[in-house]
Write a protein of this length. Structure first.
Length: 311
């Protein structure tokens, strides 16, 4: 047998694989969190009860969170100046095309809903801050428009949030050549995880007792469903053939086993669920420990899946 070593490398001839770095897990994590904030903020606003000042301001958190995530994504793009091309066409068969347009829809929906959710004093403060850059009138006009169409905007905001949460998982699952990502459960898994991290972020702010109790119950439900979907995801991989078993082995005895079970399962699911359930049942003062662990687990889940899929 004759062996030939080639020392050259040409991007036009030789195959080249771009490895996703830290930017993509951050983008997926913050995108999922923004989706959770959109859904939960809409659900809170649809309830007839009075909302706390913190809950009202949190309606404007999603566009800020998703903007940071998109900034991380921009750092990963090789041709940053061509980003605008995503918005020159819509390709139904392309997950990235869907994602680009969903992200574009996030801003008008969240801004209109968020401004409409502010009380008069908060709205005037927001307009005053925007007035420093000449946008005070724009903020007032957007709030008036949001108030006129508030019920429909809340449902639109909730729907876009669900689409955004599912998309963050679909982005990986459509790349079926990567065995760890070849699962239809990634979309629902990332959506539920995003709801949990969105709830966790909300719980770090001074909500009213009634709001905190409700958001905690939602988080408990999301954590439980996330654990179930994660188990089904691993079982599906382990029973789907040689490639799937090899992918599942990454977290079932392989290189990511320790960090997966320590950060995702134990610290990100089991401990915060137990803490929140105990605090709710015993009516204890809530702490930041459980929400912080949920956020850590949500980030670790995406980091491990992105890194493991490229292993």
């Amino acid at each position: 047998m004759t062996e030939i070593d080639v020392a050259r490398h040409s991007l036009l001839i030789d195959p080249h694989l771009h490895i996703w770095g830290w930017e993509i897990p951050i983008y997926l994590f913050l995108g999922g969190m923004a989706a959770g904030l959109m859904v939960l903020a809409s659900l809170l606003a649809l309830r007839p009860s009075e909302r706390s000042p913190a809950a009202r301001w949190l309606g404007l958190a999603a566009p800020a969170v998703v903007s940071i995530g998109m900034g991380a994504l921009l750092l990963d793009l090789a041709l940053k100046e061509h980003v605008f091309r995503f918005y020159l066409a819509f390709r139904p068969s392309s997950p990235m095309s869907w994602g680009a347009w969903i992200l574009a829809a996030v801003y008008p929906a969240t801004l209109l809903v968020g401004l409409a959710g502010l009380d008069e004093a908060q709205a005037e403060k927001a307009a005053s801050l925007a007035g420093r850059v000449g946008l005070g009138g724009v903020v007032r006009a957007l709030r008036e428009s949001g108030l006129r169409h508030r019920p429909r905007l809340l449902w639109a905001n909730l729907s876009i949030g669900i689409c955004l949460g599912v998309y963050t998982g679909v982005l990986l699952s459509t790349l079926g050549a990567r065995a760890l990502w070849n699962s239809a459960l990634l979309g629902p898994l990332f959506l539920v995880s995003g709801l949990s991290t969105g709830a966790a972020l909300m719980l770090l702010f001074p909500l009213s007792p009634a709001e905190r109790h409700l958001v905690t119950r939602w988080d408990l439900l999301a954590i439980g469903i996330e654990g179930l979907l994660l188990a089904l995801f691993l079982v599906g991989l382990a029973t789907s053939g040689a490639e799937g078993k090899e992918a599942a082995a990454l977290v079932l005895g392989g290189r990511y086993t320790g960090v997966f079970w320590a950060l995702v399962v134990f610290a990100g699911l089991v401990v915060p669920w137990a803490l929140e359930a105990f605090e709710t049942r015993m009516r204890l003062a809530a702490t930041a420990v459980a929400p912080a662990l949920v956020l850590l687990g949500g980030l670790a889940l995406r980091w491990i899946l992105v890194a493991g899929g490229q292993a």
